[in-house]
Design a protein around this ligand. Structure first.
Ligand code: B12
Ligand code: SF4
Length: 550
């Protein structure tokens, strides 16, 4: 029996197995380390009643009330969780995987319960949900011994080796790049993990530990997730993914094709979803991949996110279609060039319009995402977005995500709010901000509603709507059903305060660094002036600088 277990914490998608844990288990297996997995997310989802299902609703995963939602989720499944914890008795090391702030909070609560029962267990937390310092603050000290920040394969392997040796665990663990002490952190020096250079050397996930029958969109659509790359080539001002995912790296096409072949042969799948941030970061690579997929004659279709690129021509798109690409979701985000510029997008609306037309003509379904209420977005800009949809409706099959803009801590917009005209209305609430035009959350919500109405009128599908009122409605529903825990909201507010403090601290540090640099430059300038004057003086009294006396 294995001594190690990895647990996928809710809420997360349930239509496909979690790729993070899948990568970790296959990697460890290749290193002869046996690890168990448990998808608690899926287990709770399967037990959920009509009201509880709401916790997995895409639009409930919002930063505004993460602690509250995690508490409600935890307490409403308490009996099942208690039983689940009993089953963890024999594991020495328990790893939680958290994809967002709610699941990180949930993992913290789970860790606390486990600690009460078995104080000696080694508890760790990894995944995007604990990447940032402000996210980690929702996890109590006693709940987790270590965080693993960023890619987990190498750090987890090293930690398990240390645990196996069972000597000086704390001392040795803190040397591991990517590992951060939490419970016993007394000023540890953290060494960030270096992104894995050659992704083709990582064994691809084989999903042997998962019961794949349990994950499904529908009987006819049973995809598996894969990655053809990690990282992103772009640097959008509102985004945190590009730096969380490390530098942009690609897997060799033959390695990707081998993975797809494996899935077809072992699981008879006919669909794959690329979980990449974008599939068209490197067009030459994408073309090679398509060539090899066509040659492999896999009866498989795939979908992916993609960025708007002027240089993505019809020939490549036709090849992608032939290679099985059935749908591309473009993060177009706005129909106004002024807004795209603020977003640091590398295209103008015309480029987006032309690319979706080419995509449609190649027979690939076009999906897109939209953000409304971006700082600085005027009513005229917003109307341009609606016009963009109207003008291009023929080509758009789905607007996957309509979001009211959310300030993500860590994004350029949050670090440099003044550059984007952002004014915080309440220092305790990051959700409350306005811009130079006085844009309110109500207006942002109204723009979401208006967009959805236009989509409805045009007959364009819309999958996810993110706006803040949804959250209130969700909490209100829970209150009505009396499953809302009685915990005060204090902790939520505290989290937001910590987020604000963190950003302010970061800002202060950056200011200090800037002042330091300016001081050094100024001193160098003064020093060079002194030398100049000295040389002039020397020349005056001796006639020459180099050969005195000449
Ligand atoms: C694909 C994807 C989805 C898919 C998921 C499908 C699926 N089941 O696989 C879909 C479209 C459903 C989705 C939905 C959402 N997503 Co999403 N998604 C992603 C994306 C692009 C990739 C995830 C992935 O597969 N990564 C590949 C694997 C290999 O990487 P990984 O999971 O990070 O795991 C590695 C490390 O983190 C670490 N690790 C992970 N777990 C553990 C555990 C331990 C113990 C250790 C040691 C290490 C470790 O090691 C792993 C291997 O290196 C990420 C972006 C990103 N950069 O991560 C966003 C992301 C995770 N999603 C995010 C969000 C917000 C959402 C939504 C809420 C969006 C929305 N409102 O619509 C929903 C929520 C879904 C739900 N119902 O719960 C955020 C989370 C932000 C945060 N920190 O809070 C991210 C980071 C993107 C973002 N910045 O907005 N998403
Ligand atoms: S293209 Fe997408 S993942 Fe890349 S920086 Fe922009 S928003 Fe982030």
């Amino acid at each position: 029996m294995s001594e190690f277990i990895l647990i996928n914490c809710p809420p997360w998608g349930v239509a496909m197995p979690p790729l993070g844990i899948a990568y970790l288990t296959t990697y460890l297996k290749a290193k002869n380390i046996e690890v168990k997995i448990s998808d608690l997310n899926l287990q709770l989802y399967q037990k959920a009643d009509k009201q509880q299902i709401d916790f997995w609703g895409l639009d409930t995963i919002n930063r505004i009330l993460p602690v509250k939602i995690a508490q409600d989720l935890f307490y409403s499944f308490e009996d099942h969780i208690t039983e689940f914890i009993k089953g963890l008795k024999d594991y020495r090391l328990i790893g939680f995987s958290a994809n967002n702030l709610i699941s990180a909070t949930f993992a913290g609560m789970l860790g606390q319960r486990i600690r009460e029962l078995w104080p000696g267990k080694i508890l760790i937390l990894g995944g995007p949900g604990c990447y940032h310092s402000w996210d980690r603050k929702v996890v109590p000290k006693e709940a987790v011994d270590f965080f693993i920040i960023g890619e987990g394969e190498e750090a987890l392997e090293k930690l398990i080796q240390v645990v196996k040796v069972n000597q000086d665990i704390l001392k040795r663990a803190q040397q591991i790049p990517g590992l951060l002490l939490h419970r016993n952190n007394q000023g540890q020096r953290f060494y960030p993990a270096i992104s894995i250079k050659d992704l083709s050397k990582l064994p691809y996930p084989t999903f042997e530990e998962f019961d794949l029958k349990l994950y499904n969109y529908a009987e006819s659509y049973r995809p598996l997730p894969i990655l053809i790359s990690r990282g992103c080539i772009n640097r959008c001002s509102y985004c945190i993914d590009w730096y969380m995912s490390g530098s942009f790296r690609l897997r060799k096409p033959e390695h990707i094709v081998a993975e797809m072949k494996h899935h077809v042969e072992h699981y008879q799948i006919t669909h794959v979803e690329f979980n990449d941030l974008l599939c068209n970061g490197n067009l030459a690579h994408l073309e090679q991949l398509c060539d090899q997929l066509i040659e492999a004659k896999l009866k498989i279709t795939w979908i992916s996110y993609a960025a708007i690129r002027k240089d993505m021509d019809g020939v490549l798109l036709a090849k992608m279609k032939k290679a099985g690409c059935s749908s591309l979701c473009y993060g177009i985000e706005s129909g106004a060039d002024a807004v795209l510029k603020r977003m640091n997008k590398r295209y103008v609306c015309q480029d987006a319009a032309e690319l979706i037309k080419r995509t449609y003509k190649a027979g690939i379904e076009v999906r897109m995402n939209i953000i409304v209420g971006f700082p600085g977005e005027t009513t005229a800009d917003f109307n341009q977005t609606l016009d963009f949809i109207r003008t291009n409706k023929k080509y758009i099959s789905q607007v996957t995500n309509v979001s009211s803009f959310v300030l993500m801590p860590g994004a350029d917009l949050s670090i440099y709010p003044h550059r984007f005209g952002i004014v915080y209305l309440d220092p305790n609430d990051l959700g409350k901000w306005t811009d130079e035009n006085g844009l309110t959350q109500e207006e942002r919500n109204n723009r979401v509603i208006e967009t959805c109405q236009v989509l409805k009128e045009l007959g364009i599908r819309n999958l996810i709507i993110n706006y803040q009122k949804q959250i209130c409605k969700h909490v209100h529903n829970l209150k009505k059903e009396k499953i809302l825990s009685q915990e005060p909201l204090k902790k939520t507010i505290l989290t937001k305060q910590l987020i604000v403090e963190d950003i302010e601290k970061k800002d202060r540090n950056q200011r200090k660094q800037r002042v330091g640099k300016s001081l050094i430059l100024f001193s160098l300038f003064i020093f060079s002036l002194i030398i100049d004057f000295y040389l002039i003086f020397l020349k005056k009294i001796r006639g020459s600088i180099i050969f005195p006396g000449n």
